[in-house]
Every structure is written in C-alpha cells, then in structure tokens.
Design a protein around this ligand. Structure first.
Ligand SMILES: Nc1ncnc2c1ncn2[C@@H]1O[C@H](COP(=O)(O)OP(=O)(O)OP(=O)(O)O)[C@@H](O)[C@H]1O
Ligand SMILES: [Mg+2]
Length: 307
C-alpha cells in the first residue's frame, strides 16, 4: 500500500480510562476507496477507536488523521467530509424523520437548498421516503438504523465510519444496508466499520482487523486471514445418540484438539485422521471449509481444549 493514498491514518494510538487501556497502541491505515472492518469481542476497543477518529473522545497518545487533516486539531473540517454512524443511533426523538436529517445538515454547514435536496435523496436511497414525516419513535429498529446511516450521508461524505451498522436488523434490512454500502464503495467512498457479523465482514470488507484487548491481532483481506489462521477445513461432530463423555474420551484418545460449542464439537485441524471416531456409533461427522468465525475464535477465543 502506498501510504500517501491513505485516507485514514492511525499511528500508535493509546486511550486509557483510569487503569483500563481501551486502545493499547493501535496503528493502521485505510486507503482511499477501501472498506476496512473492525472485528472483535465486546470491549475489544472498536468503538473507542472509531470515536477517536470521529473526534468524539480524546486519546492519550499517538496521531490520527483523516484525508491528511490532523484529528486532534482539525475535527471541524474532518466532520465536513466524514460521515459518522455511532453504535447507538443518537436520533432526536422530538423531531420527525426529515427534520432529523435537515437539522443535521444545517449543523454540518450544508446550505438550506442543498439540505432539502439531500434529505430527499438519502430518504430515497434508504427506502424511507414514505416515512419522511413520521416521528422517529414510530419507526422500527431497522428503520431507525437506516435513518442513522442516511443522516451520515447528508454531507455527501468522502469517508464514512460506521459502528455496527446492522446490529439488530433482520436479514432483509441487513441485506438492504449491505447493498447501500456497496453502492457507496462503488462511488469511491472510504469506509471503516465495525461488526459482529462474520458474513457481513466477509461480504463488505477489503481488509479486516481482528481486535482484542485494545490491540489489532491481525489485519488482512478475509481470504488471507482464513488461509493464515484457520487452514483449509474444520471437522464438526454432532452427537446423534452417543453420550457426550464417550465422544470426549474418543477425541482425547485420538490426540486431537477440539472445542465444544454447545452441542457441537469442533476439531480445528481438518486434516486430522479421525478413522477411530468414524467407527464410533451415534456421532455425525462433517467437514466444512473454514471461515472468518474460525479465524475469530482462534485469535480471540480461549485456548483449545486439549486434555
Ligand atoms: N466512557 C468509558 N468509561 C470507562 N471505560 C470505558 C468507557 N468507554 C469504553 N470503556 C471501556 O473501554 C473498553 C473498550 O470499549 P469499546 O466500547 O471500545 O469496545 P467495543 O470493541 O466497541 O465493544 P462492543 O463490541 O461491546 O461494542 C471496554 O473495556 C470498555 O469497558
Ligand atoms: Mg462498540
């Protein structure tokens, strides 16, 4: 990557809350037109990182810049080119849908005529035109989320930061948001987003940063993460009559490492010889291609059960 093409640059950022290090020395860059996803367990530091970028909370060490503007001193100018969708919508319940958009536009310095036109455009873009005069309270959760993203587009941003854009949405609404984000990407908008959905990350992101404990553990394209951290296949074993303990004993005797996820036993090394298990009655063994969830569990999860 040519670092001069980077639209977002985060360099050695540290953010502390009393004794807790929410961001523990993070550095990364997002190129113009690229979509980068932050993936990590609750408390990993995703929101803290995005809030620093958006100028919503100060940090203790390091540098952050957006489009060459220093976020520590040029927050106002950054907000003119960067849309921000926070984890919680922050919509004004006293105002209707259109008023929410227009007020946001005025506050961001967009002219009166441009605000009106832009509000109509973003409502159309998010299929909310029919709701233009509804109270925000009357919208469903998914509609509110779409409105929050629509609001971030009021400034026609070059960069957009979205903290969990589709959390709580039904599959249809999520797919709608994905389509809109894909359209923004085609238009050349640079995107930094966080998500807890592995499919969303795989579909939308050019590169994914796996975060935990305020650090980036890995940053690469989805397929590269899978190749590097998850291997080719995993084996999943379900009980189909056999006792849980019998399967555990058989796995231990085979010398493999496994993880129990509810009713599922997962052996991460798909090349393991499981002949002995195949002879066991009452278990169903399936091999499947690895995915980002395997990467996530490997990098952020507990050590595999190996006793
Ligand atoms: N205002 C605050 N005061 C004190 N601690 C905070 C504050 N905001 C965040 N933290 C702590 O900082 C750490 C990182 O939180 P952050 O919200 O960035 O995580 P996250 O990755 O966004 O998690 P989630 O997936 O739950 O949204 C957590 O341990 C959290 O408790
Ligand atoms: Mg968060």
């Amino acid at each position: 990557m040519n670092e001069h093409d980077s639209v977002i640059r985060v360099n050695g950022v540290v953010k502390r809350y009393a004794d807790l290090c929410a961001i523990d020395g993070i550095s990364f860059a997002v190129q113009g037109g690229e979509t980068v996803g932050l993936l990590g367990p609750n408390g990993a530091g995703k929101t803290s990182t995005m809030r620093a970028l958006a100028g919503l909370s100060p940090w203790d060490q390091g540098q952050v810049s957006v489009a060459g503007l220093d976020a520590a001193t040029e927050g106002r100018r950054i907000r003119q080119i960067m849309g921000v969708v926070t984890q919680h919508d922050g919509l004004d319940n006293e105002l209707n849908v259109t008023q929410n958009l227009e007020l946001f536009g005025y506050l961001a310095g967009v002219s009166r005529t441009a605000v009106r036109r832009r509000a109509r455009e973003v409502l159309e873009f998010f299929s909310l035109t029919g709701r233009a005069t509804d109270d925000v309270d009357d919208l469903s959760g998914g509609m509110k989320r779409r409105l929050a993203i629509a609001r971030a587009l009021m400034i026609d941003p070059e960069v957009i930061v979205l903290d969990e854009p589709t959390t709580g949405l039904d599959p249809h609404s999520r797919a709608q948001v994905w389509e809109k984000l894909a359209q923004l990407k085609s238009a050349g908008v640079t995107v930094l987003m966080s998500t807890h959905y592995m499919d969303e990350a795989a579909i939308l992101c050019d590169r994914i940063a796996i975060m935990d404990h305020g650090r980036i553990l890995a940053l690469a394209p989805p397929h590269a993460l899978i190749e590097r951290y998850a291997g080719g296949q995993v084996v999943e074993i379900r009980l189909d009559g056999a006792e849980r303990q019998i399967l555990r004993d058989a796995l231990r005797a085979s010398g493999v490492k496994w993880r129990e996820l509810g009713a599922l036993f997962r052996v991460l090394d798909g090349d393991t010889d499981l002949t002995a298990l195949q002879e066991l009655a009452g278990v169903r063994i399936e091999r499947r291609a690895t995915n980002l969830e395997d990467v996530f569990l490997r990098l952020t999860g507990k050590e595999l059960d190996d006793e």
